[in-house]
Every structure is written in C-alpha cells, then in structure tokens.
Design a protein around this ligand. Sequence first.
Ligand code: GAR
Length: 190
Amino acid sequence: MEKSTTKKKIAVFISGRGSNLKSLIKNSKLKQGKFKIHLVISNKLTAQGLKYAKFNKIKSFAIEKSLKEFENKSLSLIKKYKINYICLAGFMRILSSSFIKKAKIPIINIHPSLLPKFKGLNTHERAIKSKQKFSGCTVHYVSEKLDSGKIILQKKVKILKKDNPKTLASKVLKLEHKAYREALNFIINF
Ligand code: GAR
C-alpha cells in the first residue's frame, strides 16, 4: 500500500485536567509522529485541558449541553474537519451507540485499570481494596458497552503496600501518557 506523509487528524474529547491531552499534543508535534491533534472538544466549560488546546492554537470547543446536543454538535465538527480518529482522554460521559455508529471513525479510550478489571469509576481505590498485586492502564476501542471494546495496549505497575489511591493514580497516570501515544502510533497505518 502506498504511504501518505499526511498525519492522521485526531479529535480529543476531554472533561477536565487534560494531562493525557497535553501528552498527546507533545507527541503530535514530533516529526515522526503519525497523528496531529486537530480538534479538542470538552463537555465542561471549565476543563483545564481547554487551556492547553488554546495555548497550542488547536481548535477547541466547550459544549456543556445535554448528551444529545453534545453529540450532534461534535458529529458536525468531526465531519467538518474531516477527523480520522476520536480519542477520549478523561472524558467522563458515556457516548450513545447512535453516536458511535454515526461517527464512522474509530473511537479510542484510555482507562485507568487493567481491563476487564475495574470498569467505571474509582478504579484505584477498588484495586487497592481488593488487594490486587498490579494495576495499570488500558487503551481500547470504544464499543457500545462501557469500557469493554477491543484492547489495543495495556501497561502495568506494581501496587506497593504503601500505595494509596492517590499515589497509585499518579503512577498509573505516568503510564497512561506513554500508553496512549504508543497505542495510537501502533494502530495508525499511513
Ligand atoms: C485519567 O486517569 C483517565 O484514564 C481517566 O481520567 C483521568 C483523566 O486525566 N479516565 C477515566 O476514568 C474514563 N473512564 P487527564 O484529564 O489528566 O487526562
């Protein structure tokens, strides 16, 4: 197959802090990177991640509306800017199956646990309470079922006796930043 030198266009959906977004932006600036963060969409007006987008001159939109309105507006932006992949990065809403179908492009998520363990919220607390030896993160395709789509890549870290949900979250977050860019560079074929 012929190779194109054009980087794939990514839309990142966020809800808050945006450290995964920040890390993806950094990677997308590398010459050898296969993707470019082209669009950032937040469902929260106050999401910190919007500041990184603005600072990096990336088109950004905050759509703090009902799920239906959020999805409709996002779909039109995705079509308008000819986005190739959607990446959820700390995006705390569950997209409808109709959105997933209509988007017609891969949607990828990062989750702070070793799926299929600990789907949903409070993953670090639950991993520690249930005396897991390891935790980590998972990058996966988004399907109609929460945190259940095909896994692209996982990274794991040991849970130490002295760990609490906060220390574990920060260890896992560091892994997330590596895992997300590696997973994207792995799945994107020029
Ligand atoms: C990350 O740990 C991400 O895995 C998690 O929220 C955090 C967002 O951090 N996502 C979920 O729990 C989704 N179910 P960030 O805003 O700094 O990237």
